[in-house]
Design a protein around this ligand. Structure first.
Ligand code: ZN
Length: 164
């Protein structure tokens, strides 16, 4: 079963403990992991503000009601709870942005991502080496293969067993 704990295990493991190939690139926004049981998904960005990682909590599906902005904003404590849980896991928090009553909130982390992931983001910004004039907008086989070599977060599928 997927829980916030398994999502954070996977996302933080990807940001901090995964050695990326030296011939892969990663778009700077990173990746996201859904938690559909709670109508949430979490983004893990390796290179956010100040070039440090950011964990983002988002509402999965927002339903707009007449006369109201949205049915399900983040709850008042949700962003602070996420920041506290990250600190409890030994991940120092630098700042938070947004949160209630918005549908998104961000936690800026103080420790840089794994150096091989940072290097992969730098490779993304460098752009396609075969077609430098196309920079990051290339769609050639070389550029797509370089992006496909990134190791993705390891997380249980919604149907899968818990990963302990
Ligand atoms: Zn290319």
């Amino acid at each position: 079963m997927r829980t916030l704990a398994t999502v954070l295990d996977a996302g933080l493991g990807w940001l901090y403990d995964t050695v990326q190939p030296d011939d892969a690139h990663q778009q700077h926004h990173g990746t996201s992991i859904g938690l559909p049981e709670y109508n949430r998904y979490y983004g893990f960005c390796p290179d956010g503000a100040e070039h440090l990682p950011v964990v983002v909590i988002n509402i999965g599906k927002i339903r707009f009601l007449p006369g109201r902005l949205q049915e399900h904003p983040l709850t008042p404590c949700e962003l602070d709870d996420l920041a506290a849980e990250l600190e409890r896991r030994g991940v120092p928090v630098r700042a938070t942005w947004n949160g209630f009553p918005a549908s998104t909130g961000s936690v800026g982390l103080a420790r840089p991502a794994h150096p091989t992931l940072v290097a992969a983001v730098e490779r993304y910004h460098r752009g396609c080496t075969v077609h430098p004039e196309r920079r990051v907008f290339c769609d050639c086989e070389h550029w797509r293969a370089e992006g496909a070599r990134i190791i993705r977060p390891r997380h249980p599928t919604p149907e899968g067993p818990p990963r302990e």
